[in-house]
Design a protein around this ligand. Structure first.
Ligand SMILES: [Zn+2]
Length: 249
């Protein structure tokens, strides 16, 4: 990912952090600076569960981040962008209640003016099959500049997505942003769930190239320069109710 980011002309930083009982892990961060002060983060976790090939969870999200890197300058983003490959997301493996790479990353964002600058931090987690995607966050209702920004991008890019409230605090890298008071959300698997999550059947043959392309197109639309939302604008949302599903990612 660092090579990809460098080849795309992004500034690359490697953020190391400790994982109790497991050694060290790292986030690889590719930054595109723009004249704007605002910041948007797109991240995907690099780890998976023991014995799981991790094609949808989460080579799919990483692949979209890698593809975005080379297209970022052409998109001409409206805000600074951090593309991030995060480490140590899988809590089953780390034994931590937190997604540790995202926790380190959210702290870094906060230390760099995140409370003022960060519009959203989007985790791509299981975007390789099962559309329409679900957009998930632990907020009570979609916020115009966060979930609303992604839902509008979905309409512009003609990528159908539904917002579905997280169970509890959420089960992907966006959770740690929200817990620090920064806006976070996740794009991932839809109503069908991911029956092969963390198992040997999470193999590349199951991935659908169209899903990957649509995820990339949606994020490109969200990153590109657009007019800001009208203050107080309401989002019209049709969200499936009471998902009550097993944790994702
Ligand atoms: Zn995952």
């Amino acid at each position: 990912m660092a090579r990809r980011f460098r080849a795309a002309g992004l500034r690359v930083a490697v953020q190391q952090f400790g994982v109790a009982g497991r050694g060290r892990s790292r986030n690889v961060i590719g930054t595109l600076d723009t004249p704007a002060d605002c910041l948007r983060i797109v991240m995907a976790h690099t780890d998976s569960a023991r014995g799981a090939p991790g094609a949808n969870d989460n080579a799919s999200g990483l692949g979209v981040v890698a593809a975005l890197a080379g297209r970022l300058r052409a998109i001409s983003p409206g805000c600074d962008v951090w593309l991030v490959a995060t480490g140590a997301e899988e809590r089953l493996y780390t034994g931590s209640p937190d997604h540790l790479g995202a926790l380190a990353l959210a702290r870094r964002a906060r230390a760099r003016g995140g409370a003022r600058r960060l519009q959203w931090a989007l985790s791509l987690d299981e975007v390789g099959r099962d559309r329409p995607f679900w957009l998930r966050s632990p907020t009570g209702a979609p916020r115009a500049g966060v979930e609303g920004a992604l839902l509008r991008a979905g309409r512009r890019a003609r990528v159908p997505i539904s917002w579905v409230r997280d169970e509890g605090t959420g089960n992907s890298d966006h959770r740690e942003f929200e817990l620090l008071g920064l806006p976070g959300l996740k794009l991932g698997v839809g109503a069908g769930g991911e029956p092969c999550r963390h198992t040997a059947c999470d193999r590349p043959e199951r991935l659908d190239p169209t899903s990957l392309r649509l995820a990339r197109r949606l994020v490109e639309a969200a990153l590109s320069r657009t007019r800001p939302a009208r203050p107080g604008a309401r989002e019209s949302i049709t969200a499936p109710r009471g998902s009550g599903r097993a944790p994702t990612g």
